[in-house]
Ligand binder design. Structure first.
Ligand code: PRE
Length: 116
């Protein structure tokens, strides 16, 4: 067919094809970053479990609000430099630290972070 509507739909088809290719490439990079985040978080939790065992063995409290204050100030500043919302960076750290504190408490009471 040579009418205008068929021509329009062929051009749109090419644009859609390019958009799908671009979306796929962007998603590959997002998947790589998500994988890196999981690996980095796994390493962080390995270290915090060592901290939990140290704190439990020596009777130190699970949480350290002064340390958290310093971490939040540092991450907010890094986030600003990186053009990431500092409020999001703070929420993200708080979310992780809350889980770490649960782990510390479980280590102190049961000796392990594994659920009973
Ligand atoms: O540094 C500590 O004392 C920790 O227990 C680790 C950690 C953290 O995940 O960064 C967790 C809990 C504390 O309140 C402060 C920091």
């Amino acid at each position: 067919m040579t009418d205008g509507s068929t021509q329009t739909s062929r051009v749109l088809g090419d644009a859609e094809h390019e958009a799908i290719e671009e979306l796929s490439a962007l998603r590959q990079s997002i998947d790589n970053i998500d994988a890196a985040l999981v690996h980095m978080l796994a390493e962080r939790f390995k270290f915090t479990q060592q901290v939990g065992r140290l704190k439990a063995a020596t009777g130190m409290p699970a949480s350290d609000p002064e340390r958290e204050r310093v971490q939040i100030a540092r991450l907010r500043s890094l986030a600003e430099q990186a053009h990431l919302d500092p409020a999001f960076a703070e929420k993200f750290l708080n979310f992780i630290v809350a889980e770490v504190i649960h782990h510390h408490e479980r280590i102190a009471t049961t000796g392990t972070v594994d659920p009973a």
